[in-house]
Design a protein around this ligand. Structure first.
Ligand SMILES: [Zn+2]
Length: 176
């Protein structure tokens, strides 16, 4: 074998190793991605079989998950309120933005809200009173108490929230 042939062979080998490594990396990446997808699926299906955080007594899959999947499925102001509480618990900031009326939506504080929602421990929700906000109504008011623990201290948000409709579905307008 000539010297040149050896170099050529060496180059080919290097090229081959590089290609092989690229292929291996691609497989590894695909495997990791699949694992991640599977994990999300399992988490979601596990969540579906758990009691909903909003305290309705129904499973998440039969309760707020319906709203989280498609907000247009929400039929009442109370249901929207509940799904927003659960979105806080799950840190679903996109849903919190979508379910907020565009005129009052705190888009700029999106990151801070998410950070805060994830930093506190959500305890429970109590819906105290609902007026209007049913199918056929244009607006509704829901009085609720949302309990959470922040820095080890139990806190409560007690609010009369106003809801109306925008883009063909219920949205949160703000405090009455
Ligand atoms: Zn729920």
């Amino acid at each position: 074998m000539s010297k040149q042939g050896k170099i050529k062979n060496g180059n080919n080998k290097a090229k081959h190793t590089k290609l092989l490594n690229q292929k291996k990396n691609k497989i590894r990446e695909a495997k990791a991605l699949n694992k991640q997808r599977l994990k999300t699926l399992i988490t979601k299906s596990n969540l579906s079989k758990q009691d909903c955080n909003c305290g309705s007594g129904n499973l998440y899959g039969d309760c707020c998950a319906i709203a989280h999947k498609n907000i247009e499925m929400v039929t009442s102001a109370e249901q929207l309120m509940r799904s927003r509480y659960t979105a806080y618990v799950l840190g679903d900031i996109e849903y919190l933005m979508k379910s907020h009326h565009s005129s009052t939506c705190p888009v700029k504080e999106k990151k801070e809200i998410l950070k805060w929602a994830k930093s506190v421990k959500w305890l429970r929700l109590e819906v105290l009173k609902t007026s209007n906000g049913e199918v056929g109504d244009v607006e509704g008011v829901v009085e609720f108490k949302a309990y959470f623990q922040e820095n080890g201290v139990e806190e409560v948000i007690h609010e009369n929230s106003k809801f109306n409709r925008e883009n063909n579905h219920w949205v949160y307008l703000g405090e009455v």
